[in-house]
Design a protein around this ligand. Structure first.
Ligand SMILES: Nc1ncnc2c1ncn2[C@@H]1O[C@H](COP(=O)(O)OP(=O)(O)OP(=O)(O)O)[C@@H](O)[C@H]1O
Ligand SMILES: [Mg+2]
Length: 321
């Protein structure tokens, strides 16, 4: 009895606990020493460019990829030592969809429900509920091959929810998804959060994460390079101006001397000027460049955001991925 109570306390405070995870593929270190935790009712954004190690981390959390090092606990259960108990509490929507194209949506859900040990009237009722949740009622008899990619993604979310997990892992749920499905998915995620679910969500859309997530981790080359709330991270990173140069070479030293300029990066024909008040330096930068005979093709202003934090930390933009 007492043991049971202790367990409940543990499950209430942390839904996902990731400690020092690492994994290599041959010589390539895909994930190096990653640690974080997710509380119930929290949306945790795991953000990074292509190849950063997001899917490998999710695979290890879901018990599909064996870590070289580190541990994962789902609601207190170790994904390796207490695999069954951990898996029961976990729903996974993989980056590469896990659906049978030739079956109907309903038959796919029937199949996945049985995989989770569900069946009979209870499963039929639950299928109705998850279809309703993802907005696919009335389309459930259609073959999945006929679905749009957004509908497929929604169906995969429905499949992951069949066994009422406490933790949901979503790997790039909005990539290649039409705006209607995207909104539906994001609303659904917010709704699950309100019900107390812990949600891990990987993406390389920083604006989306900024809107949705309670905490975000920025990962690059298998390492966490920033971790915090979107607000605290944004406070660390200023904004920037990005100018595409058509011809000429800007004098970087002169630009650096301008008031409110923090850093200047020149990459091929792109000039990044970091500043916490980027709008205030536009006029001065343009007149300097004009005096130097530099011709500009395009100018973009980035207000302080997760995107600018990423740019400051890595010198790269995620928008271009
Ligand atoms: N099965 C594998 N065999 C060999 N290398 C792999 C394998 N899976 C991933 N990698 C490598 O590990 C690194 C991390 O890959 P991972 O798929 O985890 O990144 P990701 O952040 O999910 O990228 P994406 O945004 O493209 O989905 C990459 O360099 C990738 O090439
Ligand atoms: Mg991936």
């Amino acid at each position: 009895m007492i043991l049971h109570k202790v367990l409940l306390v543990t499950t209430k405070t942390v839904s996902v606990e990731v400690l020092s995870l690492a994994r290599s593929y041959g010589q390539r270190q895909a994930v190096a020493d990653i640690s974080f935790s997710i509380a119930p009712g929290e949306i945790f954004g795991f953000l990074g460019p292509n190849g950063a190690g997001k899917s490998t981390t999710i695979g290890m959390i879901a018990g599909l990829i064996a870590p070289d090092h580190g541990t994962v606990k789902i609601c207190g259960f170790d994904i390796v030592a207490d695999r069954q108990s951990a898996k029961q509490r976990l729903g996974l929507v993989p980056q590469d969809l896990a659906l049978y194209e030739t079956l109907s949506a309903e038959d796919n859900l029937q199949f996945w429900g049985q995989m989770y040990g569900l069946g009979g009237v209870a499963l039929r009722k639950r299928i109705g509920e998850v279809l309703e949740f993802v907005g696919l009622v009335g389309r459930e008899k259609e073959q999945v091959a006929q679905y749009s990619s957004g509908m497929k993604r929604r169906l995969n979310v429905a499949a992951a929810l069949l066994h009422k997990p406490e933790v949901l892992l979503l790997d790039e749920p909005t990539v290649g998804v039409d705006p209607q499905s995207r909104n539906r998915l994001l609303e659904g995620i917010a709704h699950l959060k309100a019900q107390g679910m812990a949600i891990l969500y990987t993406s390389h859309y920083l604006e989306e994460a900024e809107r949705l997530c309670d905490h975000v981790a920025i990962v690059e080359s298998g390492r966490l390079i920033a971790l915090g709330t979107p607000q605290t991270l944004k406070a660390k990173g200023g904004g920037s101006l990005r100018l595409e140069v058509l011809s000429g070479f800007p004098d970087l030293a002169e630009i650096k001397k301008l008031k409110a300029v923090a850093r200047v990066i020149w990459q091929e024909n792109l000039l990044h000027i970091e500043s916490d008040r980027p709008q205030t330096i536009i006029a001065a930068v343009l007149s300097l460049l004009q005096a130097e005979g530099v011709i500009i093709r395009n100018l973009e202003l980035f207000e302080p955001s997760l995107e600018t934090v990423f740019l400051q930390l890595t010198g790269k933009s995620l928008r271009d991925q």
